[in-house]
Design a protein around this ligand. Structure first.
Ligand SMILES: Cc1cc2nc3c(=O)[nH]c(=O)nc-3n(C[C@H](O)[C@H](O)[C@H](O)COP(=O)(O)OP(=O)(O)OC[C@H]3O[C@@H](n4cnc5c(N)ncnc54)[C@H](O)[C@@H]3O)c2cc1C
Length: 470
């Protein structure tokens, strides 16, 4: 078959890829999107997402200064300066652009949940994506690309980059089993990370990659990373991921993931290992706890321990609260009138659990939580006593949504070599990129904002390089 020639070839049809494609097509560029999924409802993290668009748990339409300091605060100033600038300067503009594509938003009372793609998912456990805001958005972006003369090729897996000297000039792909070449002035890698690639996860994140639960579509299999590395791109921060603590039942019960998260109970109470002992600082929040658990000796041996006050307080406070959605979905919540009894129910050594709860309660009482080993801080979750019966235990696991590190880009979404020079013609956006998230205590900046803004910027940088005024 003849080579297909476009201005831009994009690998991946999630938010990053389709925003890049829609924006480039609006700017008059000929766009081809290659998407590995085979039918129009192809799974991807964007489609399955909760649709809350925020930056570092801050309203994305806040001023660039506020957004910049939120990112710096959460990443402990470890994010790339040019990426911080790009994301914080374009938050409000991205939302305006989405409105222009026909998106509408729901606001909640939570300050960082001011822009949730409408219609919002039901507030219940399990998957719920069909015809929800993110699903509708992908359909709208696809329509924009097609209306402007572009193409979204399904069943198309990007396999390697075509290089002419130092410049990227296209993609070799398999399309429904057949080899095809897509030539272009620019290529955007937007394949969503490497969480679905267990070998990569074992190499970069945890040797026990089979013991962490995929909390998303798992369609990011690291192809973009592999392609970028093969042409000399640098990669960054591959060891961190965005995820949450989930009920361990998620391995056998599809109704208890990706929601509810078990973070709120584990982080207001304690998280213990199979000996009944704490092993991480729960106050850093559920994303940090999921990362710590994934790297522990026994990722399938942890249990959240809490009491009635936590179950009826933080347990009900999440957007999709475990109390009662986890119970309604058939998830395990063990209940007992004493910690000894709870330990037996949870198959934990009573001596270990009793000692852990007692020293935690005592430290809380005398304001000495940071003297515990491991220390307990409270930047994200306030510690509450485990004192009011009945007591509860939820066996947990680490759920991985997407990898936070990846292809190193600059603030113009250009792929960089290790000497910081850009590889001409090569761009990346979304969960396939690194350099923004993961700093500090595994800072999460917001997967949708990162994907959408980097996609928008990639399209505009490419258009400028083609002499189009943006
Ligand atoms: C349950 C859940 C809830 C979430 N909730 C939120 C939320 O409320 N707010 C928020 O900000 N973020 C949320 N996220 C995270 C967010 O969805 C992602 O970070 C974001 O959508 C990533 O977009 P992306 O385009 O980079 O990747 P994706 O949406 O994963 O798209 C990547 C696409 O690339 C395709 N692909 C992969 N390899 C190839 C290849 N070789 N060739 C061609 N195509 C390929 C895949 O099939 C996929 O369609 C959530 C995620 C999940 C799973």
């Amino acid at each position: 078959m003849n080579d297909t020639v476009s201005d831009v070839v994009i690998i991946g049809g999630g938010l990053a890829g389709l925003v890049a494609g829609a924006r480039a097509s609006e700017l008059g560029l000929a766009v081809t999107v290659l998407e590995r999924g085979t039918d129009h409802n192809y799974p991807c993290n964007t489609r399955w997402s909760g649709g809350v668009i925020h930056i570092a748990y801050t309203d994305i339409t806040s001023s660039p200064e506020i957004l910049r300091s939120a990112i710096q605060r959460d990443t402990h100033s470890k994010a790339e300066a040019s990426q911080i600038h790009a994301v914080s300067a374009n938050g409000a503009r991205f939302i305006d652009w989405l409105r222009g594509q026909g998106s509408t938003f729901v606001r909640t009372e939570v300050d960082w949940q001011q822009l949730i793609l409408e219609p919002m998912r039901d507030l219940r456990a399990g998957l719920d994506w069909e015809n929800r805001g993110p699903d509708q958005l992908l359909a709208r972006l696809t329509a924009t690309i097609k209306r402007n003369g572009g193409e979204v090729v399904l069943g198309a897996r990007g396999r390697s980059l075509v290089m002419k000297g130092d410049r990227c000039t296209g993609v070799e792909a398999t399309v429904n089993g057949a080899q095809r070449t897509f030539l272009a002035n620019a290529v955007v890698l937007a394949d969503g990370g490497f969480q679905g690639n267990l070998e990569r996860l074992a190499k970069h994140v945890t040797s026990r990659s089979d013991s962490i639960k995929q909390r998303g579509a798992a369609t990011g299999i690291g192809d973009g990373l592999t392609m970028a590395e093969a042409v000399g791109a640098s990669v960054t921060d591959l060891d961190k991921f965005y995820g949450h603590l989930l009920s361990r039942d998620a391995f056998g019960n599809d109704n208890v993931w990706p929601y509810p998260e078990v973070d709120a109970m584990a982080c207001a109470g304690i998280l213990v290992d199979s000996n009944g002992y704490r092993f991480t600082d729960e106050g850093l929040g559920g994303i940090a706890a999921a990362n710590a658990l994934s790297r522990s000796d026994d990722p399938l041996g942890a249990t959240a321990i809490f009491d009635a006050a936590i179950w009826n307080g933080p347990g009900r406070s999440a957007r999709i609260p475990a109390n009662p959605t986890l119970v309604d979905a058939g998830g395990t919540v063990l209940t007992a009138d004493s910690i000894e009894e709870l330990a037996l129910l949870a198959e934990l050594p009573p001596s270990g659990l009793v000692a852990s709860v007692a020293s935690y309660n005592r430290a809380l009482e005398i304001d000495a939580l940071t003297k515990l080993s491991p220390e307990r801080t409270d930047p994200k979750h306030v510690a509450m006593p485990i004192a009011s019966p009945p007591f509860h235990a939820i066996p947990v696991c680490a759920g991985i949504t997407y990898t936070m590190g990846g292809i190193h880009i600059d603030g113009n979404s250009r792929v960089l070599r290790s000497n910081a020079s850009a590889i001409e013609g090569l761009y990346a956006a979304g969960a396939s990129t690194g350099g923004l998230e993961g700093g500090g205590n595994v800072a999460y900046i917001g997967g949708l904002a990162k994907a959408g803004i980097q996609g928008l910027i990639a399209a505009e940088t490419i258009a400028r390089s083609r002499g189009v005024s943006v």
